[in-house]
Every structure is written in C-alpha cells, then in structure tokens.
Design a binder for this molecule. Structure first.
Ligand code: UT7
Length: 334
C-alpha cells in the first residue's frame, strides 16, 4: 500500500422520499412560506420516516458513492453525523457491514455541520499515513429525530439526508486530489448549538421529564455572524494554501445553512455570488450531508464542471469550521 494524496473519485447521495414544504410547516406552526423563503431561502426539506435511522440513509448514499467510483470495496469508512443510530456504539461499523465491506476500519466523526469536512480530512489522513488505500467518507444526518416539534426556527431550516464520496490514494497533481484541509474550532461557543440533555453532563436519568431538554437548540443570530466570518476566512486560507487568488476560485461549495449566509460569505470574500451554488432551497440544511448533496446537485445542473477550482467550506456546532480545495474531477454522481 503506497501513501499518497487523497483523490475524490466517487459521489453518491440519498434523500428520504417525504418532502415537507413551507406551507406544510405553516399548517402546523406559526410560520409562513414568505417568512421562511425571505429569511432562509429554503422552500422544501425532506424528512425520514420514523422507522428509518441515520445508518439507513448513510448506507443508501454510500452504496451510490461506491457505484459512482466503480468499486465494491474500500479500506475504511468514516461517517460524519450528529444523529448516530445510538449513543453507543458508533454507526460507521454497522454501515460498513451493511454495505458488505467486511471488517474494514470504521468510525464516526462528530463536528455537527462541519462533520463532512472533518471526515474528509480524517479520510485523507488515513491515506496519507498509508493506513488505507481507499476510504468511503459519508455525511448523514436525521435532524427530524432531535428537533423540538414546537420550535419553528429549527423546524424551518433542517432536513434529513445523506451524501458520500470515495477517496483513493493517488497523485497530488490529479483532478480530484484534495489540497491540505484547514480546520478550526472554538469551544467557548459550544452552547450556541447544542442538545443539552442526554450526554454525560446532563444524563437524562438525572432529570425529571420537565427539566430535561433532549432537543437541538441553536442561537440563530450569533451562529449566523460566526458562520459568515469563519467560512470566509477559512476558505481564503485553504485557497492560499493551494496557491489560488480569489479570482481563481471557480466554485465555493459552502455548507447550505441559509441563503443569506451564502451570499454574505461570498460578498465578504469578494467572490461573485453565482460562484457559490445554492441547493438549500430544495433540501434545507442537511447538516453533515449538506456538502456532498450540494456537490451532486451542482454537477447535475452543470454549475460544477470538471477542472473547476473548487473550495469546500462548512461551519457548525462546536463551534467548528473547515475548508478544503480540489480541482473538480470528471465523475458521474449516483
Ligand atoms: O448549520 C449550522 C449553522 N447554522 C446556521 O448557520 C443557522 C444560522 N442562523 C440562521 O439561519 C438564522 O438566524 C435563522 C433562520 C435561524 C433565524 O433568522 P433570524 O433572521 O436570525 O431571526 P431571529 O432568530 O432573530 O428571529 C426573528 C423573529 C423572532 O421573533 P421575535 O422574537 O422577533 O418576535 C423569531 O421568533 O423571527 C421569529 N421566527 C420565525 N417567524 C416565523 C423564527 N423562526 C421563524 C419562523 N417563522 N420559522
């Protein structure tokens, strides 16, 4: 097994079949299509059936990524998720088994909406270290299971979904070769996005049902500001590491949280907005699945073409953020 650069060579995605429109939400909550569209840009999101678990979504996306890469085997599975099937064990080994990948290394990465980029960096690291020759990197989340049914601000934004890529060992000059990922965190902001109860800090058994809060909470405004600043900064750092000027960036594929965040990030970087493709109008914020879903959509619409100098960037709970560059390879998403 030879150590080398990690080359992206397959892309697969999966969305659950049940689409929920803004009007559907407005029938249940005090909100409107007008509010959601104007404040977030989101029109529809997909919600998994309650009998579904994150591993089911991850397996579907993983299977498609393997097909897109034209392979049936990899040496490792890295799964980014905030909504694992269970607190213990990790979900990745189950996904690897269900994909028929045998006894390969498999682990979860938790970096909330930055999870896919952290998992991508971990996968590239396995290849650089010579531990693995090929890695399936999956981002899968089912926020429908952790949102407060009465919280209009989070229900309007988040949707379920999964996306995956295959990395293989290759040459740093090849299309698809990942640049050096740039990652960061600031734990002083850990309360801005959190699920308060159910972990070791506040085990559910320590509370009466009234005191516990098992739901995902987000301080939207503070997160918004941080997301724009961090994604712009980390994207520029990643581009610099690749030797690119701003004008060299053909596409910025950014975590799809809010259209206003995408626009503000592009503006801050002085990047024309059309170089930052939008997918959230169709799927909402799919957390760890957001970047591979946006990549697949941009390829399908012709917005992302082979050879495009591409920056991937995300921001999420932790707080965490990251970016990575690549020249987009010729591949067919599945
Ligand atoms: O993926 C990880 C990173 N996440 C993000 O990047 C999300 C970042 N934040 C956001 O996208 C925005 O902050 C939100 C979309 C979550 C909220 O938009 P906002 O413009 O920051 O609104 P706000 O939270 O300041 O709320 C303004 C008002 C409030 O009412 P009052 O208190 O002024 O009466 C909210 O209760 O809007 C209300 N509101 C809604 N109204 C109708 C919040 N959600 C809704 C809703 N429909 N769905």
């Amino acid at each position: 097994m030879s150590a080398g650069a990690a080359v992206l060579c397959g892309l697969g995605t999966w969305l659950p079949p049940n689409a929920v429109t803004n009007d559907d939400l407005a029938r249940e909550l005090d909100t409107s299509d007008e509010w959601i569209r104007s404040r977030t840009g989101i029109g529809t999101r997909y919600v998994a059936d309650p009998s579904t678990a994150t591993s089911d979504l991850a397996v579907e996306a993983g299977r498609r990524a393997l097909k897109s890469a034209g392979t049936e085997s990899v040496d490792a599975v890295v799964l980014a998720t905030t909504t694992p099937d269970r607190l213990c064990p990790a979900t990745a080994p189950l996904v690897a088994a269900q994909l028929g990948l045998g006894t390969v290394a498999a682990f979860d990465v938790g970096a909330v909406c930055t999870g896919f980029l952290y998992a991508l960096a971990a996968g590239a690291g396995l290849i650089a270290a010579g531990t693995s020759d090929s890695v399936l990197v999956i981002g899968a989340d089912m926020y429908s299971g952790i949102l407060d049914p009465a919280d209009r601000s989070t229900r309007a934004i988040f949707g379920d979904g999964a996306g995956a890529v295959v990395l293989r060992s290759g040459d740093a000059g090849e299309p698809g070769a990942l640049g050096r990922p740039v990652l960061g965190s600031d734990g002083t902001g850990s309360d801005l996005i959190s699920v308060r109860s159910g972990g070791s800090r506040e085990p559910l058994r320590a509370h009466t049902a009234d005191e516990a809060d098992p739901y995902f909470r987000m301080a939207g405004k503070a997160v918004f500001r941080n997301a724009v600043e961090r994604m712009a900064e980390v994207s520029l750092t990643a581009a610099q590491r690749a030797g690119w000027e701003i004008g060299d960036i053909d596409r910025l594929i950014a975590h799809q949280a809010n259209l206003r965040i995408l626009h503000a990030t592009a503006d801050r970087m002085r990047l024309p907005r059309h170089r930052c493709p939008v997918h959230l109008d169709r799927v909402g914020n799919t957390a760890a699945a957001s970047i591979p879903l946006a990549l697949s959509h941009a390829v399908t619409t012709g917005e992302l073409l082979p050879g495009h100098r591409t920056v991937l960037t995300a921001f999420g709970g932790g707080l965490t953020w990251g970016a990575c560059t690549l020249r987009w390879p010729a591949l067919t998403p599945a």
